[in-house]
Design a binder for this molecule. Structure first.
Ligand code: AMP
Length: 249
């Protein structure tokens, strides 16, 4: 069984992004970029399936600029066997990514595609769902466990008030939640090995997808600055402020 893991290059989660002066977006020039954290979990899950003998090959796929090759190399250092980059400088939105991934799925014919549940830059939480719809495949989102059976995947999902277990007929789409696993530490020897693994570069054009944006960003703003905290003299003053200033009691 082949497993595809979708990985996106995003601003590192430790970076405090700044809004550009013209409010057209956030400034990502000279900031640290990394693999989307949920995608690290997706790759780790795919690699563990291979280590358990449930998968024969793990292919990492990324759509984006040439620099996304670094993200694919990280996926290969975690344990993916090879990488596919759909290279474009276009600003991709989830529907376009889903269409590009569908084209790669049609080429690669995996039994399972694992994506992150959300990309931390756009917080869209849409790509996996859109990919499942485009392919007409079953999907399980927000997975906290995956077990492969005979032509099936049993997926545990974290839902309000407990856990839901669903069984999907393969081929299927799964999106990874935070508690699915803890990605392994990438070691230097594995980084070196990853440099020699195959990385195939494709274009949206060759895949028959026009990565045209359907959504236009009108304006991006910094969140409102928080007013500084104050100290109150006693409980009576606190209650008074909560009642008459904050009006929360
Ligand atoms: P989103 O719908 O943008 O929140 O992204 C959900 C998931 O889709 C991510 O965690 C990735 O696994 C996948 N994904 C989104 N954008 C890309 C991309 N440009 N290349 C590869 N995978 C992506």
């Amino acid at each position: 069984m082949k497993v595809l893991a979708a990985v996106k290059r995003v601003v590192d989660y430790n970076v405090n992004v700044r809004v550009k002066a013209d409010q057209s977006g956030v400034d990502i020039g000279n900031v640290k970029m990394s693999m989307n954290p949920f995608d690290e979990i997706a790759v780790e899950a795919a690699v563990r399936l291979k280590e358990q003998g449930a998968a024969a090959e793990v292919v990492a796929v990324s759509c984006g600029t040439a620099q996304s090759q670094e993200t694919l190399r990280t996926a290969m250092a975690i344990g993916a066997d090879r990488g596919v980059l759909v290279q474009t400088d276009a600003a991709l939105q989830p529907l376009e990514v889903a269409k590009l991934l569908r084209a790669v799925v049609e080429q690669e014919a995996p039994a399972l595609v694992i994506l992150g549940k959300q990309a931390i830059d756009d917080d869209a939480c849409q790509t996996g769902q859109m990919l499942a719809a485009l392919l007409g495949w079953p999907q399980a989102t927000n997975a906290s466990a995956i077990a492969i059976g005979d032509g099936t995947a049993r997926v545990t999902r974290e839902v309000d008030g407990g856990l839901e277990v669903v069984e999907l007929t393969l081929p299927a789409i799964v999106t990874a939640d935070l508690r699915l696993n803890e990605p392994r530490y990438v070691t230097l020897p594995n980084i070196m090995k990853a440099k020699k693994k195959p990385l195939d570069v494709q274009t949206p054009d060759a895949l028959g997808v026009d990565p045209v944006s359907r959504l236009q960003t009108l304006r991006v703003e910094e969140p409102a600055a928080r007013a500084p905290g104050i100290k109150v003299a006693d409980v009576a003053a606190l209650v008074d402020k909560l009642k008459n200033e904050a009006k929360v009691i």
